[in-house]
Design a protein around this ligand. Sequence first.
Ligand code: FES
Length: 279
Amino acid sequence: MSAPDGAERLIRGLELESSYGSAPSVPRYAGGSRVPGWDRAADLEKDPAEIPEDIEVPEDLRAEIEGHMANYPDRRSAALPALAAAQRVHGWCSPEAIEQVACVMRVTPAYLESVASFYDMLETTPAGRHSVYVCTNISCSLRGADALYETIVRAAEGDDQIGVRSFECLGACDIAPMASVDGVYVGPLVPEDVPALLDDLRAGRDVLPGKQLARRLVADPDANSGEFGEHPVHRLTLPGRDPEIPPERAAFGEVADEDRGEETAPLEPQPEHHEEDES
Ligand code: FES
């Protein structure tokens, strides 16, 4: 069966339109596609892509990309961390950034563009220095993510250094509603947290330290001990630990008296429950 020609497609479109009563309103980009760039015609006259030579690459960036390449048997596997590194340096995956990565990795810019355009966290258009991803998926949405997102968008309006966007589940539903701020997970958030969140971000401070996922109390007392030290409650309750609370832990507030230096009492064994006992 041959593909429908233009007239046939138009008739099918009109049939569809009449079956709906009016044309369904679907947002379209300039080329008519629902996804930007998907219907951009390929230039078949173009020369084949080449690996760029003799491009000036900042030394730190070159060293980082080479470090990532050394981690994989196939150097192309380093495309994601290499592009992320270039994005940190250039602010986005600009044509210049992509050329630099291509030059170090010995791949074509086209290969890297195909990777960069697939992943949401790689920016292929100019972006602000900071990114705030607000999760608006189901768990966060049920707990007020939509209002939170709108509040952040309004508060950051006009600041081209802060890019705010809604995201699908970021995998931290237990702190819903939450956001990833330059990769740091914070939550549960309320709209009242937004001024402090943006102030911290603009001032280059740690964002809402008391609401960071990485600093939350967890069952494992040794969790996060490398980067953030231990939670003061754990420091005090485990025998032999230094009871002094470091100042950076003050975000957790005062340690309750009952938590100071006390061992948790072992659970009493419970009598076994048999259904016949009830009869
Ligand atoms: S739904 Fe928001 S983190 Fe999962």
